[in-house]
Design a protein around this ligand. Structure first.
Ligand SMILES: Nc1nc2c(ncn2[C@@H]2O[C@H](COP(=O)(O)OP(=O)(O)O)[C@@H](O)[C@H]2O)c(=O)[nH]1
Ligand SMILES: [Mg+2]
Ligand SMILES: [Zn+2]
Length: 359
């Protein structure tokens, strides 16, 4: 029997109006197709991890809908070549992107949050949740792994004037679009439509209670996910979203809602941080000493910029802190022990630089 490979190797010259294949609807594209060798396909068909449950990975593919035992190092959104005989040994295809963080707590493992996300909606609300330092973290993480970030400001209806929030969000990076909305009054699906295209995978990240699940439900057109009110006066949310699951919008994109993250510790994100703080990086390369610590050295362009008001001291301190944290988290355990003391010192000096304590 002749095998029809066309579903696995989409023809980029085909008319755009061709109906997407089952795999394309799940996000399959040439990036993944070029990784596989046709010979292995019948034995190991490509499948996407659409949900991570406590006791298994839910997979979807062309005519495939099944659950296999969880494996480590696999995240929701991953593409696997399903090995039916030994599902745990299924090969994970190279990822376009990976949202990850250094887990809180003592062991500080790297935690994989979601794979192969195209656009990340960094959600924050026009209230006490709004925090420039936290936005910078999310944006650095996105830049690092080449996910397109979009800042989504919710709850514009709860403030007299959202303009200062919008302005502060724009100031995080001029490469990041900012949208502001009231989920109940505006039309979020229209506002986000530009990024929610068929075959794309989008994710909502941010603290609890900012409206991630509400927005997911609006995109899905149905109250699929539980949402919960919060006490607006202290902006604290409750964790209602616990599972990691990709939701499919018929004729549209795939959407991932994530549980609120109390803390996003960066790891392996040096170039992402450099992109967010490119103004400071540009100054740093002009310091007199190549190993300038931007402290008391003569000829330090950063200190000069702070002194004459071109660079905000708190922004400089946040850059120092993120860099130190990332270097520490990215190091091996033994390197980390060594760095521990230096890290503590840097954090103290960053804090001494009259910074806010909440980043
Ligand atoms: N007034 C108002 N409430 C909102 C807005 N966005 C979300 N909410 C409410 O905030 C609460 C938390 O929303 P939820 O989607 O569960 O937040 P999540 O924790 O980020 O998933 C719910 O009661 C929502 O109705 C908004 O733009 N305006
Ligand atoms: Mg939620
Ligand atoms: Zn310097």
């Amino acid at each position: 029997m002749a095998t029809d490979w066309s579903a696995l190797f989409p023809d980029s010259t085909a008319p755009a109006r061709r109906k997407p294949t089952a795999l394309e609807q799940l996000g399959w594209d040439p990036f993944f197709a070029q990784q596989i060798d046709a010979g292995a396909l019948t034995a190991t068909p490509p499948v996407r991890v659409v949900a991570v449950h406590r006791n298994g990975l839910q997979l979807a593919g062309d005519g495939i809908d099944e659950t296999i035992p969880s494996g480590s190092e696999v995240a929701v959104g991953d593409w696997l070549l399903l090995d039916r005989a030994r599902p745990r040994s299924s090969q994970v295809l190279e990822r376009k992107s990976m949202i990850k963080r250094r887990a809180p707590g003592r062991d500080r493992q790297t935690q994989l949050i979601a794979a192969n996300i195209d656009t990340v909606f960094v959600v924050t609300s026009c209230n006490q949740d709004f925090n420039v330092a936290r936005l910078e973290r999310y944006i650095a993480m996105a830049f690092e792994t080449t996910i397109e970030p979009v800042i989504v400001l919710t709850k514009t209806d709860l403030v007299d004037d959202p303009a200062p929030y919008i302005e502060a969000a724009h100031a995080v990076s001029n490469r990041v679009p900012v949208v502001a909305l009231n989920v109940h009054g505006d039309e979020p699906a229209k506002i986000l439509a530009n990024w929610c295209r068929p075959g794309k995978t989008v994710a909502f990240v941010g603290s609890s209670g900012v409206g991630k699940s509400t927005l997911t439900n609006i995109l899905l057109g149905a109250p699929v996910i539980e949402t919960r009110g919060i006490r607006e006066n202290d902006a604290r949310g409750r964790h209602t979203t616990t599972r990691r699951e990709l939701h499919f919008i018929p004729g549209g994109c795939l959407v991932l809602d994530t549980p609120g993250m109390r803390e996003l510790q960066l790891t392996d994100a040096a170039s992402g941080i450099a992109h967010v703080f490119e103004d400071i990086e540009a100054l740093a390369v002009r310091c007199r000493f190549t190993d300038c610590q931007h402290d008391t050295e003569p000829g330090c362009c950063i200190q000069a910029a702070v002194a004459d008001g071109r660079l905000d001291l708190t922004r400089f301190a946040r850059w120092l802190k993120l860099q130190a944290e990332d270097a520490f988290n990215s190091a091996s355990l033994s390197e980390r022990r060594e760095k521990d003391r230096a890290f503590g010192k840097l954090v103290r000096s960053a804090k001494n630089a009259k910074t806010r304590s909440d980043f």
